[in-house]
Ligand binder design. Structure first.
Ligand SMILES: *Cc1c(COP(=O)(O)O)cnc(C)c1O
Length: 411
């Protein structure tokens, strides 16, 4: 009973704006991705930027027990610490460069750094951190096969680097667990480029084995797009990010319509409804002026929540009572207005869908990305701290994350 009470309070409290995250959808997407994997290929769930804005903690807790999941990938050590603090057991890889201040704690919490610095200056410090903590630091070597971002080149120089890393492993405080590369253009229909990168990487893996006698346990290269489109790139593990959330890597990799299930919806409630008359303007700059009587509803969400300001001036719309209500004038930091003249009986307090389904209508992150001139990845990542996330599993509200942090409900 107290639990029900608590849930009602939460739903009440988050009426202004709320991102509902369906953990079952994420499990469904992971399962669908797994079905396409070759025997023996593991998955690394990419949950950087707080799980692409969805909330990394409940997602990691939900996926942690899955056998075929090798572990998780994040972008910074701090993102990894949060997961450890919430009981995540599996390996966590930091995909980007780690500044040396983090070595000690990474070693203590068994968080894997990505290494690629040719001068090898980090290697000694990492090995020392491992020694201090009494367990080897497991590293992943990054190879640049065409992304041009970070990584050693898959040539003699790269080989010399791997050899240098091997020297540091002999004391047992550093261990080469993985090697990986990242595709720049796996989300394009034309796969020439991704195949070229894959060939460079597999050749380099083979050279490391032939020339240095090193068989690296976990070689990985595929992101979501390559996991879906190029099974040859499976290798020991795939790194699935955007697909976990039911979003598509690009228009050119749509998957089947029903293949992935979007996990996040975004809703609000109308706080004001009024009639305006010919000549009256709406919002900053007076960019919209009524030419006839119209009904206008105010939504208490704005670009301060990560709702794109570029949806201003009728570019975007929301769903009310299963109808589209276009945005009038500019989106403000905390509010915006929509036209509800064509939707009979709209009143204050009614629910509004910003992302998600209402009746036969649906607004996806992809559609919002397109309308706002942005990108679905960016759109969900940018949903602000001020937007509470509530997490559902088996239809039950199990946890939420608001400006005060993460809270579970079941205990
Ligand atoms: C973000 C990222 C991924 C995940 O990419 P998706 O397109 O979201 O699947 C994989 N690998 C690296 C190195 C990344 O930075």
């Amino acid at each position: 009973m107290t639990m029900d009470r608590k849930k009602i309070d939460i739903e009440d409290k988050f009426q202004r704006v709320c991102a509902k995250v369906d953990l079952d959808a994420i499990l469904h997407n992971v399962e669908r991705m797994r079905e396409g994997l070759q025997e023996g290929t593991h998955m690394i769930a990419v949950i950087k930027t707080d799980g692409y804005g969805h909330g990394s903690i409940p997602i990691a807790n939900c996926l942690d027990p899955l056998d075929f999941l090798f572990g998780f990938a994040v972008a910074t050590p701090e993102e990894a610490y949060v997961l450890r603090a919430h009981g995540v057991k599996k390996p966590i890889l930091v995909l980007g460069y780690t500044f040396p201040y983090a070595n000690e704690r990474m070693a203590a919490e068994e968080i894997r750094p990505t290494i690629f610095n040719l001068d090898g200056s980090e290697l000694r410090e990492l090995a020392e951190a491992g020694k201090t903590q009494g367990k080897p630091v497991k590293v992943h070597i990054k190879v640049d096969t065409g992304m041009g971002r970070i990584g050693v080149m898959p040539d003699d120089e790269g080989l010399a680097f791997v050899q240098k890393v091997m020297e540091y492993t002999t004391d047992g405080w550093l261990e080469i667990e993985g090697m990986f590369t990242h595709f720049a253009r796996a989300d394009e229909r034309d796969q020439t480029n991704v195949r070229k990168q894959l060939a460079l990487f597999t050749d380099f893996v083979a050279r490391v084995k032939a020339d240095l006698g090193l068989d690296i346990p976990l070689c990985h290269c595929a992101n979501s797009a390559a996991t879906m489109e190029l099974p040859e790139a499976n290798m020991d593990a795939v790194r699935a990010g955007i697909s976990l959330y039911g979003l598509h890597p690009s228009e050119e990799v749509p998957g089947e319509e029903t293949y992935l299930r979007p996990a996040l919806s975004l809703s609000s409630h109308i706080v004001h409804v009024k009639t305006i008359h010919e000549g009256q303007s709406v919002s900053y700059g007076g960019t919209f002026t009524a030419v006839e009587d119209m009904r206008v509803a105010t939504i208490p969400v704005g670009y301060g929540d990560g709702y794109p300001r570029s949806l201003s001036g009728g570019k975007g719309y929301v769903l009310i009572r299963g109808h589209r209500a276009p945005i009038l004038g500019r989106v403000c930091m905390d509010q915006f207005m929509v036209d509800v003249s064509h939707i009979p009986g709209v009143t204050r307090g009614e629910p509004v869908t910003l992302i998600g389904e209402d009746g036969d209508e649906r607004i996806t992150a992809e559609m919002l990305g397109e309308l706002s001139g942005r990108f679905n990845y960016e759109l969900v990542c940018d949903l602000g701290k001020r937007v509470p996330r509530v997490f559902y599993r088996g239809g039950e509200l199990v946890a939420f994350q608001d400006i005060d942090g993460y809270h579970t409900i079941l205990d």
